[in-house]
Design a protein around this ligand. Structure first.
Ligand code: ZN
Length: 494
């Protein structure tokens, strides 16, 4: 055995254990009996300890010094193992276990605070989390990650290569156009009708399965279950999705399913040769989100596809008070100022992200104290959305991310939208009659193109690189903004 194959054999087992940990997490959110929560906590902690020990194993360091890759995929695998090893080595063991301990409790405290609309209950915990994650960012920066900048070093974990500076510049270009579009749309005389009525639970689930199929989900290597907050889980030949059903809100079920199908087909579409290697998973949060978003929005909320969905819904649910496919398209894409990020339409979504990004950078840059976060949130929200936050669960307590120490994560959602905009431009050029198949409820040609251009590469290329190779141009916000303006000006008759 060469040093390289020793390392890859060791890594293979680490990756397999990582998949097992993920499946425990899936079980916890879907199947696990309530009474098992504490026991599961200990089981998860045990496997996380094993994973941490393997990722920081001194043998990995020794192998990395001597290993020689046989090919480009091997070289990229070494690069990714080296990165993970370096990041873990840079964080003192004491700090890593303190972060794990504090954030596991913090998530519960956040949930209590959100349920009671009690910011004060959460603030001491959030102070502790921010201070620990700040320390982590500094430790990573000191080891050279994020170009020596603590926030960039955190961001680098979710979107390697991205920097706060680059995102600030991009958001500065996006914000005026989004704000103007939002104002024009909300001021339009002819507003789309909201959906009303009740839609049977089982029938919603049935149609959501058809939607996953339409987008190319491989049921022989996946399954769908219910979860409170839909997610997808797993890689390779076991990639599961979840959805939720609210009888009065069928779009929630359908578009959650399409979104998670996007994440899942990415994982299912990765070259099987990469399974159990560092290349065997989606390369970054941003690229992952580009797949879920292009499925959900650019394709799933297109005029062509909603025409098919309208006919299917009429066949399944009967008349639900919307008289034409065109009206249905407008209803699906109805723009509304709302408090909740996860329920935001395409026009508002990135404004939610920009706000979180600015606030968390202010927290990390020492320009904002945790105690002042609620005020800062509410002031900014009123400015950007034109509505006063009515309660903390509709404001700064709505997202779980900060409680579990995910700082530097939010901007990857906006990057995903931007990448999706780029991919859609390239996809339309590549398949001029795309709408004809979407109108028949067939998204397979789009999935085939995305598989060929993005999904199969897994972790082989860096995030911005895989998008650029797919599109033939460097990623920018321009295609997304052009798409949004054309679409919503059309829908609102502007
Ligand atoms: Zn997603």
């Amino acid at each position: 055995m060469t040093v390289f194959s020793d390392l890859m054999a060791f890594q293979r087992e680490t990756e397999a254990l990582g998949q097992i940990a993920g499946r425990l997490g899936w079980d916890q959110e879907t199947m696990m009996p309530d009474g098992a929560a504490e026991q599961r906590g200990e089981e998860m902690a045990a496997i996380e300890n094993v994973l941490h020990a393997r990722r920081t194993d001194p043998r990995v360091g020794a192998w990395l010094e001597k290993a020689e890759a046989p090919d480009a995929a091997g070289a990229r695998s070494l690069e990714l193992i080296r990165r993970t090893f370096g990041r873990n080595a840079a964080i003192p063991a004491r700090l890593a276990s303190e972060i794990a301990r504090v954030t596991s409790v913090a998530q519960g405290t956040w949930a209590e605070a959100r349920a009671r609309d009690d910011v004060a209950h959460f603030l001491p915990t959030l102070e502790r989390v921010v201070s620990l994650v700040r320390e982590k960012g500094q430790a990573l920066a000191a080891a050279g990650f994020g170009g020596g900048d603590p926030y960039d070093a955190l961001l680098d974990d979710y979107e390697p290569g991205a920097t706060a500076g680059g995102i600030v510049a991009m958001f500065d270009r996006m914000r005026p156009r989004l704000v103007a579009l939002r104002a024009a749309v909300l001021g339009a005389a002819d507003q789309p009708k909201p959906l009303s009525g009740e839609f049977d639970h089982a029938r919603q689930l049935g149609l959501s399965r058809d939607l996953a199929t339409a987008f190319g989900y491989d049921w022989t290597r996946g399954r769908v279950d219910l979860a409170v907050h839909p997610f997808s889980s797993g890689s390779g030949n076991d990639v599961r999705i979840t959805t939720r059903v609210v009888e009065a809100e069928p779009f929630n079920c359908f578009y959650s399913t399409i979104h998670e199908t996007g994440h899942a087909t990415y994982e299912q579409g990765i070259d099987p040769a990469y399974l159990f290697t560092p290349l065997g998973q989606g390369v970054s949060m941003g690229v992952h989100e580009s797949q879920s978003r292009i499925y959900e929005n650019q394709l799933g909320r297109s005029r062509a596809f909603t025409g098919w969905l309208y006919a299917r819904m009429r066949a399944i649910f009967g008349d639900f008070g919307i008289g034409s496919a065109e009206d249905f398209y407008r209803t699906v894409n109805r723009v509304q100022s709302g408090f909740i990020r996860t329920e935001a339409d395409e026009v508002h979504y990135n404004l939610h992200i920009m706000m979180r990004f600015d606030l968390e950078r202010a927290l990390f840059g020492g320009k904002l104290e945790v105690a002042d976060l609620e005020d800062a949130w509410n002031t900014r929200f009123a400015t950007d959305f034109g509505v006063a936050v009515d309660k903390p669960s509709n404001g700064m307590l709505q997202d779980v991310h900060w409680s579990v120490g995910l700082f530097g994560y939010f901007p990857t959602y906006a990057l995903g939208n931007v990448y999706a905009g780029c991919l859609m431009r390239a996809l339309r050029d590549a398949i001029p009659d795309l709408d004809a198949s979407l109108a028949r409820g067939e998204a397979q040609p789009a999935t085939d193109w995305l598989r060929e251009k993005v999904q199969r590469f897994g972790g082989l290329y860096a995030p911005a690189e895989v998008i650029e190779r797919a599109c033939g141009f460097a990623p920018s916000e321009e295609p997304l903004l052009d798409y949004l303006e054309a679409k919503f000006r059309g829908i609102y008759g502007l």
